[in-house]
Design a protein around this ligand. Structure first.
Ligand SMILES: NC(=O)c1ccc[n+]([C@@H]2O[C@H](COP(=O)([O-])OP(=O)(O)OC[C@H]3O[C@@H](n4cnc5c(N)ncnc54)[C@H](OP(=O)(O)O)[C@@H]3O)[C@@H](O)[C@H]2O)c1
Length: 258
């Protein structure tokens, strides 16, 4: 059996109708898992689930919409997943928000709270809903998609970066709490990846050129280049890894701004 095999596993991936979450869901399905495609829009989730099922010629994906801002909707996501697929072996908290771009002095309390609610508290909610069954089975993998923003400062996305730094600490705390139950909790820290979320950072050719200059691999990343780390962390290959943040950024963070 391959170290990276996920046959028989069930994974929920939030924010999987496009971007990094979709790439992770596709890679999990390729590795044999059944995946729950989730975002705020049911038709977009169904489109992705249909494409995955068509590729594999069997039901590997189901679509269940839920906003990460809505605790009751997340409870319904977990309940429906159990009803349709039996159990939850892997949870990927990938969806996040950044409603503000500019210096910290200009952010409203509402925007700051939204960032923390969606990027930190919602992850805590989902983990609390799913971890008990993992703990009971003594088997589970939780992945939180953080960001290299949580490792560095910024003059335009400060509050978002504070929330992503909190995600690194969240996985460390949870890894300590759940370690004795063989439930592993890790983060992935992507660099700039070509998705709608980061459009402002790469759409303008000047901004993309600047990013290329500070990135040793000389380019920004593609969503499927994050998926391998997510498969590693969910599979037997990552069986002794917990509480870590894996940076997948083409080397951007080692440059030191030179
Ligand atoms: N792209 C980058 O450069 C980059 C770098 C570092 C970290 N990240 C992190 O990577 C993760 C994924 O980002 P991405 O770049 O793949 O973004 P994306 O392409 O914009 O996709 C975001 C996904 O999340 C869903 N979503 C947004 N708000 C949601 C909500 N309130 N509830 C449920 N689902 C919601 C979106 O669908 P709907 O809009 O239909 O709900 C979509 O499926 C985020 O945690 C982000 O912070 C991204």
């Amino acid at each position: 059996m391959s170290l990276f095999d996920l046959t028989g596993k069930v994974a929920i991936i939030t924010g999987s109708s496009r971007g990094i979450g979709r790439a992770i869901a596709e890679a999990y399905a390729d590795a044999g898992a059944k995946v729950v495609i989730s975002s705020r829009k049911q038709p977009a989730c169904e489109e992705v689930a249909d494409a995955i099922n068509a590729k594999h010629g069997e039901e590997r994906a189901v679509a269940i919409a839920a906003s990460i801002s809505d605790k009751a909707a997340l409870e319904a996501l977990v309940t429906e997943t159990r009803q349709r697929l039996g159990q939850i072996d892997i949870l990927v908290c990938n969806a996040a928000s950044n409603p503000y771009y500019g210096p910290m002095a200009g952010i409203s309390d509402e925007q700051f709270r939204k960032i923390f609610d969606n990027n930190v508290l919602a992850n805590h909610w989902l983990v609390s809903m799913v971890a008990p069954e993992m703990i009971e089975r003594k088997d589970g993998a939780i992945v939180i998609v953080s960001s290299i923003g949580g490792l560095i400062g910024s003059d335009v996305i400060g509050a978002y970066n504070v929330s992503k730094a909190a995600d690194f600490q969240l996985v460390r705390n949870l890894a300590i709490e759940f370690g004795k139950h063989n439930v592993r909790v890790n983060a992935i820290a992507p660099g700039v990846i070509r998705t709608d979320f980061a459009k402002a950072l790469w759409e303008d050719p000047k901004a993309e050129a600047a990013l290329r200059r500070v990135t040793p691999l000389g380019r920004i990343g593609e969503p499927d280049e994050i998926a391998g780390a997510a498969v590693f962390l969910a599979s037997k290959a990552g069986a002794y890894v917990t509480g870590q943040g894996i940076v997948v950024d083409g080397g951007t963070t080692i440059r030191g701004g030179l």
